[in-house]
Ligand binder design. Structure first.
Ligand SMILES: [Zn+2]
Length: 250
């Protein structure tokens, strides 16, 4: 069994038996993997705080033949999200982000773009204060797009005609963009502000995107479009989504 080394973000940890944990990692070199951390629940565990969500770690593990679970040999903290106090809004945002990644990323498929996106998003989250909503819209669009679930709004899904920013666009019930002809002007009408928002997400790094000021109606619209897309794809809502909403209405 060869020992492998990679950088990774901890996405989630579960209790396994009395002393062990199962952890889900987003690794730079091997994509999303699950590993057993033996003895991680013991009081004096060698893992310390390294298995907290979104801690970036230097991970050393053994692959086991024909087994989905790797065996974690060691895990050292590169950067923790909990170095300073963390607000409940930021914590809820981290939970939501981890659930999105857990649900939408396939196992064992390395994706450097996703890895860099998560790193940049966490850095921006530390700068956004207590309102992470812009950053969450940014991550949702990118994660869905990289997983192949965010439709291209630049073309009609029916007739494939180009849809410049100044022409009206309608989304069908399953989220496909359509021109005026193909949609019969029925469905969810997209304003150019909402389309511009997605354009900006796809061309800007997160730290630049979250520093912009956007039309709040366009943001709310995008939020509902993405929530529906997620629900249609998974056939349920994400558990942490409700928590985000509850915090916002406080
Ligand atoms: Zn069309």
């Amino acid at each position: 069994m060869p020992l492998r080394d990679t950088e990774a973000f901890v996405l989630r940890s579960y209790t396994l038996k009395e002393a062990d944990k199962i952890c889900v990692f987003l690794t730079r070199d091997a994509g999303k993997i699950r590993g057993v951390a033996h003895g991680a629940r013991k009081l004096k565990s060698k893992y310390g705080a390294s298995l907290e969500p979104f801690t970036e770690v230097s991970l050393h593990y053994f692959e086991q033949e024909n087994r989905d679970l790797v065996s974690i040999n060691n895990c050292e903290i590169i950067r923790s999200q909990f170095a300073d106090t963390i607000s409940s809004e930021r914590l809820a945002a981290l939970h939501y982000l981890s659930e999105l990644l857990m649900e939408f990323l396939p196992d064992h498929e390395p994706n450097e773009t996703i890895y860099r996106l998560v790193g940049a998003a966490l850095k921006s989250l530390r700068q956004t204060g207590d309102d992470p909503s812009l950053l969450l819209r940014y991550c949702e669009v990118w994660i869905l797009k990289l997983a192949g679930f965010f439709p291209d709004w630049r073309r009609c899904a029916e007739c494939e005609r180009e849809l410049p920013m100044n022409v009206p666009v309608w989304l069908s019930a399953d989220g496909a963009p359509q021109c005026a002809n193909c949609s019969n002007q029925r469905g969810d009408a997209l304003t150019s502000e909402t389309r511009m928002l997605v354009n900006d997400i796809l061309r800007m790094p997160p730290e630049k995107f979250v520093a912009q000021i956007f039309d709040p109606r366009a943001l709310t619209k995008l939020e509902s479009i993405v929530a529906r897309l997620i629900k249609n794809t998974l056939e349920r809502e994400l558990k942490s989504y409700e928590m985000l909403g509850r915090l916002r209405s406080l």
